[in-house]
Design a binder for this molecule. Structure first.
Ligand code: SAM
Ligand code: SF4
Length: 534
């Protein structure tokens, strides 16, 4: 019987395809089998944060559900989806720099189509996009990503493609941003249809809130992703339960500001007792709604017959200090599955700089939160983000940031030089720290942090830690110059999110194991396998 073809992209080239998993043996269903000879092979190039990785999993899953096969690289694809990051100019330049190569690939393969999505595509920026990205055929804002399959003419009765719909636009500062009103629903549909193409069997991203309502003057996210939209509590719980059923061991709840989860949801009698008090930032109407503390407790409450959490490791990222309520800290301490790690971006160590950044807290308030966290969760690992060279940052103000790092002793710091983003409020301030000074400050900060991290990591030597192995490492001649050679073959993270290398084969991937640490570097630990974990 001839296979039924799905619609193809106009003019799409037919290239050699890998064989499909198996022959169709049941005559009755043969007519419904897609003919992948005419469907594009796709490749998704993901830049930026975990939210982009999660969005890419959803887009790849929708393309697979439409019958398209995944290509291992751009060169062998007929459809390239670029999921962009706009946080810094450098991230955008990385994609702009590929336009020449993409144009050459398109002349060699006239059927090649390029889709650009992610934070570089904004409601207010459409006119400039074609100029900046001339090799791109289709631009989709983050809220339009569920339309990918339909916009390419690839939707079928079996694919959860979304027909294009008018987005609702909302003014954010001087710009218009598209709201993510549809994403909670399209996510739930993709999860129900089982089409999210998860990149790992042991770890999963779980988006719980889209967009950002905060006031950080340097940041493009509120304009690219629009205002905060929480997913319904029961949808999140259903996705977590499905992940537990699938044997996923480590789940990260995702959002630009996970801690403000729930404030935009309707009140619900089940959450009548929720009355979070905020000490920082603007007041939000959270009373009577599910908040992040309720969500952690509910996911932690998915228990097995032995009474242990079925998802043994629960994480969440990113946390804004102004939403870190006492209720949330209590829930973190009370839930055995919640990992002993928090990423809490501080951005700067000087109150005047924080004020100009619109962060809505002081260094003192941040330090109080750190003390409270360390008191409630002994041994908690703290990581942070820092921007150096923000508008008007003096040498003394930068020194205050170094002092904050010495004082808190973060386990890891993700630092970057300030990069002005068009349309953000900070463009009204002079970008007056010269590029070479930004570079020097960044290097000084990284050097200081490297010493702190090495110190903290050395304290792990001799301890046994639980590692979820998730990667096979190529053998290396030595890991740390001048020190004993180690030949780790697999690696994973412990609950404190430290990277740990160990000897062992690919059979360990996806397993929780116990590792005795015998070596520490600034960015990783190494050790030997001493048993099964958990
Ligand atoms: N929502 C998180 C928070 O509360 O800070 C962070 C999300 S943002 C995508 C990740 C990090 O990018 C920020 O913490 C900040 O350090 C950095 N970032 C954002 N805008 C930047 C800019 N214009 N220049 C340099 N770094 C920037
Ligand atoms: Fe950007 Fe601030 Fe929102 Fe984080 S909280 S995404 S830094 S605006």
């Amino acid at each position: 019987m001839t296979a039924r073809s799905l619609p193809v992209l106009d003019g799409l080239a037919v290239t050699a395809r890998p064989p499909r998993p198996g022959p169709v043996t049941d005559e009755r269903v043969a007519e419904f089998v897609t003919d992948d000879q005419v469907l594009p092979r796709f490749h998704v190039w993901t830049l930026g944060c975990q939210m982009n990785q999660s969005d890419s999993e959803e887009m790849a899953g929708a393309l697979r559900a439409a019958g398209c096969a995944e290509a291992p690289d751009m060169a062998s694809a007929d459809l390239i989806v670029i999921n962009t990051c706009a946080i810094r100019e450098q991230a955008e330049q990385k994609v702009i720099g590929r336009m020449g190569a993409l144009a050459r690939m398109k002349s060699a393969n006239p059927g090649l189509r390029v889709v650009l999505t992610g934070c570089s595509v904004r409601a207010d920026g459409l006119v400039n996009l074609q100029r900046r990205y001339p090799a791109v055929d289709l631009f989709l804002r983050p809220d339009q990503e569920p339309e990918l399959v339909a916009r390419l003419g690839l939707d079928s009765p079996t694919a959860p493609g979304q027909a294009p719909r008018d987005a609702s636009l909302q003014r954010v500062g001087r710009l218009m941003a598209a709201t993510a009103d549809r994403l909670p629903g399209t996510r739930a549909a993709a999860v129900a249809a089982g089409t999210v193409a998860r990149g790992s069997r042991s770890h999963a991203w779980l988006p719980i809130i889209y967009g950002c309502d905060k006031t950080c003057t340097y940041c493009i996210v509120p304009f690219s992703r629009g205002p905060e939209r929480s997913r319904p509590f029961d949808d999140v719980l259903a996705e977590a339960a499905a992940l537990a059923d699938a044997g996923v061991l480590d789940v990260t709840l995702l959002g630009q500001n996970v801690n403000s989860y729930g404030h935009d949801l309707p009140t619900d009698p089940r959450f009548g007792a929720v009355r979070p008090r905020r000490h920082l930032g603007r007041e939000l109407a959270l009373d009577g709604r599910p908040d992040m503390a309720e969500l952690l407790r509910a996911i932690d409450g998915i228990r097995g017959p032995d009474g242990a959490p079925r998802i043994p490791r629960l994480r969440f990222v990113t946390s804004h200090p102004w939403d870190l309520s006492e209720r949330l800290i209590e829930a973190m301490a009370a839930c055995p599955s919640v990992c002993e790690h928090l990423h809490l971006p501080v951005q700067a160590g000087d109150d005047a700089v924080l004020h100009r950044m619109g962060r809505q807290y002081t260094v003192g308030a941040y330090l109080e939160l750190v003390a409270r966290l360390r008191d409630a969760i002994p041994g908690i690992a703290l990581t942070t983000d820092v921007i150096v060279g923000f508008c008007g940052e003096s040498e003394a103000q930068f020194e205050a940031t170094l002092e904050l790092l010495r004082r808190v002793r973060f386990d890891a710091v993700f630092a970057a030089a300030f990069s002005p983003r068009p349309g953000t409020p900070a463009t009204r301030l002079p970008d007056d720290v010269p590029a070479d000074v930004k570079r020097q400050r960044l290097n000084a900060l990284l050097a200081l942090q490297e010493g702190i991290a090495l110190d903290l990591n050395r304290a792990w030597v001799g301890r046994t830690t639980e590692v979820l192995v998730d990667q096979v490492r190529p053998p290396r001649s030595h890991d740390h110059e001048g020190e004993a050679p180690v030949r780790p073959r697999v690696a994973g993270r412990n609950r404190e999110n430290r990277l740990v290398h160990l000897d062992g084969g690919p059979e360990l991937v996806g397993r929780l194991v116990k590792v005795e640490v015998d070596h520490a570097g600034p960015y990783a630990l190494a050790g030997r396998l001493v048993g099964e974990g958990a």
